[in-house]
Design a binder for this molecule. Sequence first.
Ligand SMILES: C[S@@+](CC[C@H](N)C(=O)[O-])C[C@H]1O[C@@H](n2cnc3c(N)ncnc32)[C@H](O)[C@@H]1O
Length: 303
Amino acid sequence: MQDHTAPQQYQVPSRRAYKHNVLAQPFLKWAGGKRQLLPVIKEYLPQKFTQYYEPFIGAGAVLFSLQPKKSVINDTNGELINCYQVIKDHPEKLLELCQQHRENNSKEYFYLLREQDRKNDFKDRSPQERAARIIYLNKTCFNGLFRVNSSGQFNVPYGNYSNPVIADPAVIRSVSAYLNQRNVRILQGDFAKAVATARKGAFIYFDPPYHPISDTSSFTGYSVNGFGEQEQIRLKEVCDKLTERGCQVLISNSSASLIQKLYSDPNYKIVEVKAKRAINAVASRRGRINELLIHNRYDSKQI
Ligand SMILES: C[S@@+](CC[C@H](N)C(=O)[O-])C[C@H]1O[C@@H](n2cnc3c(N)ncnc32)[C@H](O)[C@@H]1O
Protein backbone atom coordinates (compact mmCIF):
# COMPACT_ATOMS: atom_id res chain seq x y z
CA MET A 1 0.00 0.00 0.00
CA GLN A 2 1.31 3.45 -0.89
CA ASP A 3 1.16 6.04 1.86
CA HIS A 4 -0.03 9.35 0.35
CA THR A 5 -1.17 10.99 3.59
CA ALA A 6 0.44 14.31 4.50
CA PRO A 7 3.12 14.21 7.25
CA GLN A 8 2.16 15.97 10.47
CA GLN A 9 4.46 18.98 10.15
CA TYR A 10 3.07 19.84 6.70
CA GLN A 11 -0.01 22.06 6.91
CA VAL A 12 -2.22 21.91 3.82
CA PRO A 13 -3.09 25.58 3.14
CA SER A 14 -6.72 26.62 2.67
CA ARG A 15 -8.07 26.65 -0.91
CA ARG A 16 -9.65 30.09 -0.68
CA ALA A 17 -6.36 31.88 0.08
CA TYR A 18 -4.70 30.87 -3.21
CA LYS A 19 -3.11 33.49 -5.49
CA HIS A 20 -1.34 32.75 -8.83
CA ASN A 21 2.26 31.86 -7.97
CA VAL A 22 4.93 32.13 -10.69
CA LEU A 23 7.16 29.78 -8.72
CA ALA A 24 4.67 26.95 -9.29
CA GLN A 25 6.38 25.84 -12.49
CA PRO A 26 7.80 22.69 -14.19
CA PHE A 27 10.08 20.78 -11.83
CA LEU A 28 11.40 18.42 -14.54
CA LYS A 29 12.97 18.84 -17.98
CA TRP A 30 10.63 17.14 -20.44
CA ALA A 31 10.85 16.31 -24.14
CA GLY A 32 8.14 18.32 -25.88
CA GLY A 33 7.89 20.72 -22.92
CA LYS A 34 5.68 23.67 -23.86
CA ARG A 35 7.52 26.55 -22.15
CA GLN A 36 8.75 28.07 -25.43
CA LEU A 37 5.31 27.96 -27.01
CA LEU A 38 3.37 29.37 -24.04
CA PRO A 39 2.86 32.92 -25.41
CA VAL A 40 1.27 31.49 -28.59
CA ILE A 41 -0.81 28.88 -26.74
CA LYS A 42 -2.17 31.61 -24.47
CA GLU A 43 -3.52 33.49 -27.49
CA TYR A 44 -5.57 30.46 -28.48
CA LEU A 45 -7.17 29.69 -25.12
CA PRO A 46 -10.96 29.73 -24.92
CA GLN A 47 -12.45 32.87 -23.40
CA LYS A 48 -14.25 30.90 -20.67
CA PHE A 49 -14.12 27.37 -19.28
CA THR A 50 -15.49 25.57 -16.26
CA GLN A 51 -12.88 22.86 -15.79
CA TYR A 52 -9.39 22.25 -17.19
CA TYR A 53 -8.08 18.85 -18.37
CA GLU A 54 -4.53 18.04 -19.40
CA PRO A 55 -4.37 14.31 -20.23
CA PHE A 56 -0.72 14.33 -21.47
CA ILE A 57 0.69 16.40 -18.61
CA GLY A 58 4.47 15.81 -18.97
CA ALA A 59 6.22 18.62 -17.07
CA GLY A 60 2.97 20.66 -17.00
CA ALA A 61 4.16 23.99 -18.47
CA VAL A 62 0.63 24.95 -19.59
CA LEU A 63 -1.04 23.83 -16.35
CA PHE A 64 1.37 25.85 -14.21
CA SER A 65 1.04 28.90 -16.41
CA LEU A 66 -2.77 28.83 -16.11
CA GLN A 67 -3.17 27.48 -12.56
CA PRO A 68 -6.90 26.91 -13.12
CA LYS A 69 -9.36 26.59 -10.24
CA LYS A 70 -10.39 23.04 -11.06
CA SER A 71 -8.37 20.60 -13.14
CA VAL A 72 -7.65 16.98 -13.97
CA ILE A 73 -4.09 16.03 -14.92
CA ASN A 74 -2.96 12.68 -16.29
CA ASP A 75 -0.10 10.83 -17.95
CA THR A 76 0.65 7.16 -18.72
CA ASN A 77 4.07 7.53 -17.16
CA GLY A 78 3.69 6.16 -13.63
CA GLU A 79 7.03 7.48 -12.35
CA LEU A 80 6.11 10.98 -13.54
CA ILE A 81 2.64 10.90 -11.96
CA ASN A 82 4.17 9.60 -8.73
CA CYS A 83 6.29 12.81 -8.65
CA TYR A 84 3.18 15.01 -8.77
CA GLN A 85 1.52 12.97 -6.00
CA VAL A 86 4.61 13.05 -3.78
CA ILE A 87 5.12 16.80 -4.29
CA LYS A 88 1.49 17.28 -3.31
CA ASP A 89 1.68 15.12 -0.17
CA HIS A 90 5.31 15.01 0.99
CA PRO A 91 7.26 18.05 -0.32
CA GLU A 92 9.61 18.29 2.67
CA LYS A 93 10.62 14.60 2.62
CA LEU A 94 11.16 14.85 -1.13
CA LEU A 95 13.41 17.93 -0.73
CA GLU A 96 15.43 16.13 1.94
CA LEU A 97 16.00 13.12 -0.37
CA CYS A 98 16.86 15.36 -3.37
CA GLN A 99 19.39 17.21 -1.23
CA GLN A 100 21.02 13.86 -0.32
CA HIS A 101 21.26 12.98 -4.03
CA ARG A 102 22.76 16.38 -4.76
CA GLU A 103 25.45 15.90 -2.11
CA ASN A 104 26.30 12.44 -3.47
CA ASN A 105 26.14 13.35 -7.17
CA SER A 106 28.83 11.65 -9.29
CA LYS A 107 28.91 9.45 -12.35
CA GLU A 108 29.10 6.28 -10.19
CA TYR A 109 26.23 7.43 -7.95
CA PHE A 110 24.08 8.24 -11.02
CA TYR A 111 24.50 4.72 -12.43
CA LEU A 112 23.83 3.19 -9.01
CA LEU A 113 20.47 5.00 -8.87
CA ARG A 114 19.71 4.40 -12.54
CA GLU A 115 20.12 0.65 -11.94
CA GLN A 116 17.45 0.51 -9.23
CA ASP A 117 14.57 -0.08 -11.67
CA ARG A 118 16.39 -3.18 -12.97
CA LYS A 119 16.09 -4.87 -9.57
CA ASN A 120 13.16 -6.87 -8.18
CA ASP A 121 12.86 -4.75 -5.02
CA PHE A 122 12.23 -1.51 -6.98
CA LYS A 123 8.48 -1.81 -6.45
CA ASP A 124 9.06 -1.94 -2.67
CA ARG A 125 10.73 1.49 -2.62
CA SER A 126 8.62 4.28 -1.16
CA PRO A 127 6.88 6.78 -3.48
CA GLN A 128 9.11 9.51 -2.00
CA GLU A 129 12.30 7.56 -2.84
CA ARG A 130 11.08 6.87 -6.38
CA ALA A 131 10.16 10.53 -6.97
CA ALA A 132 13.52 11.81 -5.69
CA ARG A 133 15.31 9.26 -7.90
CA ILE A 134 13.49 10.39 -11.06
CA ILE A 135 14.02 14.09 -10.32
CA TYR A 136 17.73 13.47 -9.64
CA LEU A 137 18.21 11.35 -12.80
CA ASN A 138 16.28 13.90 -14.89
CA LYS A 139 18.48 16.79 -13.72
CA THR A 140 21.79 14.98 -14.09
CA CYS A 141 21.30 12.81 -17.19
CA PHE A 142 22.38 13.78 -20.69
CA ASN A 143 20.13 16.52 -22.11
CA GLY A 144 17.48 16.13 -19.38
CA LEU A 145 15.61 13.40 -21.19
CA PHE A 146 13.18 10.92 -19.70
CA ARG A 147 13.67 7.81 -21.79
CA VAL A 148 13.09 4.15 -20.97
CA ASN A 149 13.95 0.97 -22.88
CA SER A 150 11.45 -1.70 -23.97
CA SER A 151 11.40 -3.12 -20.41
CA GLY A 152 10.49 0.28 -18.94
CA GLN A 153 13.99 0.90 -17.50
CA PHE A 154 15.51 4.38 -17.47
CA ASN A 155 18.39 4.31 -19.98
CA VAL A 156 19.75 7.85 -20.49
CA PRO A 157 23.52 8.23 -19.80
CA TYR A 158 25.12 10.59 -17.25
CA GLY A 159 25.29 14.24 -18.34
CA ASN A 160 28.49 15.47 -16.62
CA TYR A 161 26.99 18.82 -15.54
CA SER A 162 28.90 20.68 -12.86
CA ASN A 163 26.76 21.43 -9.80
CA PRO A 164 23.27 20.84 -11.27
CA VAL A 165 20.21 22.06 -9.32
CA ILE A 166 18.17 18.94 -8.49
CA ALA A 167 15.11 20.42 -6.80
CA ASP A 168 14.63 24.12 -6.07
CA PRO A 169 12.89 24.22 -2.64
CA ALA A 170 10.88 27.34 -3.59
CA VAL A 171 9.56 25.63 -6.74
CA ILE A 172 8.73 22.32 -5.00
CA ARG A 173 6.90 24.09 -2.15
CA SER A 174 5.02 26.35 -4.57
CA VAL A 175 3.96 23.40 -6.76
CA SER A 176 2.85 21.58 -3.61
CA ALA A 177 0.81 24.57 -2.42
CA TYR A 178 -0.77 24.91 -5.86
CA LEU A 179 -1.71 21.20 -6.07
CA ASN A 180 -3.23 21.34 -2.58
CA GLN A 181 -4.96 24.71 -2.72
CA ARG A 182 -6.50 24.35 -6.17
CA ASN A 183 -8.70 21.41 -6.96
CA VAL A 184 -6.22 19.24 -8.95
CA ARG A 185 -7.09 15.57 -9.55
CA ILE A 186 -4.00 13.52 -10.40
CA LEU A 187 -4.60 10.44 -12.58
CA GLN A 188 -2.36 7.86 -14.21
CA GLY A 189 -3.48 6.07 -17.35
CA ASP A 190 -4.61 6.49 -20.91
CA PHE A 191 -5.78 9.90 -22.20
CA ALA A 192 -9.21 8.61 -23.29
CA LYS A 193 -10.10 7.47 -19.78
CA ALA A 194 -8.79 10.70 -18.23
CA VAL A 195 -11.27 12.86 -20.16
CA ALA A 196 -14.29 10.59 -19.66
CA THR A 197 -15.71 12.95 -17.00
CA ALA A 198 -15.36 16.16 -19.08
CA ARG A 199 -18.67 18.02 -19.40
CA LYS A 200 -19.97 20.87 -21.61
CA GLY A 201 -17.91 24.00 -21.02
CA ALA A 202 -14.73 22.11 -20.03
CA PHE A 203 -11.43 22.93 -21.76
CA ILE A 204 -9.10 20.08 -22.70
CA TYR A 205 -5.54 20.74 -23.83
CA PHE A 206 -4.03 17.69 -25.57
CA ASP A 207 -0.26 17.64 -25.99
CA PRO A 208 0.38 14.08 -27.23
CA PRO A 209 3.71 12.70 -28.44
CA TYR A 210 4.08 14.38 -31.83
CA HIS A 211 3.61 12.38 -35.00
CA PRO A 212 7.01 12.18 -36.76
CA ILE A 213 7.38 14.37 -39.85
CA SER A 214 9.86 11.90 -41.30
CA ASP A 215 11.12 8.46 -40.23
CA THR A 216 14.36 9.93 -38.84
CA SER A 217 12.62 12.55 -36.68
CA SER A 218 10.68 9.94 -34.73
CA PHE A 219 10.84 10.28 -30.94
CA THR A 220 8.44 7.93 -29.20
CA GLY A 221 10.49 6.90 -26.21
CA TYR A 222 8.47 8.56 -23.39
CA SER A 223 7.18 5.25 -22.06
CA VAL A 224 7.05 1.59 -22.94
CA ASN A 225 4.12 2.09 -25.33
CA GLY A 226 4.96 4.22 -28.34
CA PHE A 227 2.31 6.55 -29.78
CA GLY A 228 1.80 5.54 -33.41
CA GLU A 229 -0.65 6.32 -36.20
CA GLN A 230 -3.46 4.31 -34.57
CA GLU A 231 -3.08 6.37 -31.38
CA GLN A 232 -3.30 9.64 -33.37
CA ILE A 233 -6.50 8.38 -35.01
CA ARG A 234 -7.91 7.33 -31.62
CA LEU A 235 -7.09 10.79 -30.23
CA LYS A 236 -9.03 12.45 -33.09
CA GLU A 237 -12.03 10.20 -32.29
CA VAL A 238 -11.87 11.23 -28.63
CA CYS A 239 -11.76 14.92 -29.72
CA ASP A 240 -14.86 14.34 -31.89
CA LYS A 241 -16.76 12.88 -28.92
CA LEU A 242 -15.74 15.82 -26.73
CA THR A 243 -16.82 18.25 -29.46
CA GLU A 244 -20.27 16.58 -29.59
CA ARG A 245 -20.46 16.98 -25.81
CA GLY A 246 -19.82 20.76 -26.01
CA CYS A 247 -16.25 20.67 -24.68
CA GLN A 248 -13.55 23.05 -25.94
CA VAL A 249 -10.54 21.18 -27.29
CA LEU A 250 -7.03 22.44 -28.16
CA ILE A 251 -4.43 20.06 -29.59
CA SER A 252 -0.70 20.52 -30.18
CA ASN A 253 0.96 18.33 -32.78
CA SER A 254 3.57 18.30 -35.55
CA SER A 255 2.68 19.46 -39.04
CA ALA A 256 2.91 15.85 -40.35
CA SER A 257 0.56 15.18 -43.26
CA LEU A 258 -1.38 12.57 -41.21
CA ILE A 259 -2.27 15.24 -38.64
CA GLN A 260 -3.24 17.82 -41.31
CA LYS A 261 -5.47 15.21 -42.97
CA LEU A 262 -7.09 14.01 -39.73
CA TYR A 263 -8.14 17.53 -38.65
CA SER A 264 -9.12 18.86 -42.10
CA ASP A 265 -12.67 18.19 -40.81
CA PRO A 266 -14.71 21.48 -40.76
CA ASN A 267 -15.23 21.18 -36.98
CA TYR A 268 -11.56 22.09 -36.47
CA LYS A 269 -9.33 25.05 -37.19
CA ILE A 270 -5.62 24.41 -37.80
CA VAL A 271 -3.08 27.11 -36.99
CA GLU A 272 0.59 26.77 -37.97
CA VAL A 273 2.98 28.09 -35.32
CA LYS A 274 6.76 28.30 -34.96
CA ALA A 275 8.37 26.46 -32.06
CA LYS A 276 11.91 26.32 -30.72
CA ARG A 277 12.88 22.75 -29.82
CA ALA A 278 15.60 22.18 -27.25
CA ILE A 279 15.77 18.38 -26.99
CA ASN A 280 17.87 17.20 -29.89
CA ALA A 281 21.29 15.66 -29.34
CA VAL A 282 22.62 17.61 -32.36
CA ALA A 283 22.77 21.28 -31.32
CA SER A 284 22.53 22.52 -34.92
CA ARG A 285 19.13 20.80 -35.25
CA ARG A 286 17.61 22.64 -32.31
CA GLY A 287 16.23 25.35 -34.59
CA ARG A 288 12.73 26.70 -35.19
CA ILE A 289 10.24 24.28 -36.68
CA ASN A 290 6.63 24.60 -37.70
CA GLU A 291 4.06 22.84 -35.58
CA LEU A 292 0.29 22.90 -35.30
CA LEU A 293 -2.28 24.18 -32.84
CA ILE A 294 -5.72 22.78 -33.62
CA HIS A 295 -8.98 23.77 -31.92
CA ASN A 296 -12.62 22.90 -32.35
CA ARG A 297 -13.62 26.45 -33.32
CA TYR A 298 -14.41 27.78 -29.88
CA ASP A 299 -14.25 31.52 -29.22
CA SER A 300 -10.66 32.44 -28.56
CA LYS A 301 -8.89 35.81 -28.72
CA GLN A 302 -7.82 34.98 -32.28
CA ILE A 303 -11.29 34.48 -33.80
C1 LIG B 1 4.60 16.01 -25.56
S1 LIG B 1 4.65 15.25 -23.99
C2 LIG B 1 3.77 16.42 -23.04
C3 LIG B 1 4.62 17.59 -22.73
C4 LIG B 1 3.98 18.59 -21.75
N1 LIG B 1 2.92 19.35 -22.36
C5 LIG B 1 5.02 19.54 -21.15
O1 LIG B 1 4.87 20.78 -21.24
O2 LIG B 1 6.01 19.05 -20.60
C6 LIG B 1 3.60 13.87 -24.14
C7 LIG B 1 3.27 13.08 -22.87
O3 LIG B 1 2.28 12.08 -23.20
C8 LIG B 1 2.47 10.94 -22.36
N2 LIG B 1 1.74 9.81 -23.00
C9 LIG B 1 2.15 8.96 -24.00
N3 LIG B 1 1.14 8.12 -24.34
C10 LIG B 1 0.07 8.44 -23.55
C11 LIG B 1 -1.27 7.96 -23.44
N4 LIG B 1 -1.72 6.95 -24.22
N5 LIG B 1 -2.11 8.54 -22.52
C12 LIG B 1 -1.66 9.55 -21.74
N6 LIG B 1 -0.39 10.05 -21.80
C13 LIG B 1 0.46 9.51 -22.69
C14 LIG B 1 3.98 10.82 -22.28
O4 LIG B 1 4.35 10.10 -21.11
C15 LIG B 1 4.42 12.30 -22.24
O5 LIG B 1 4.58 12.76 -20.91
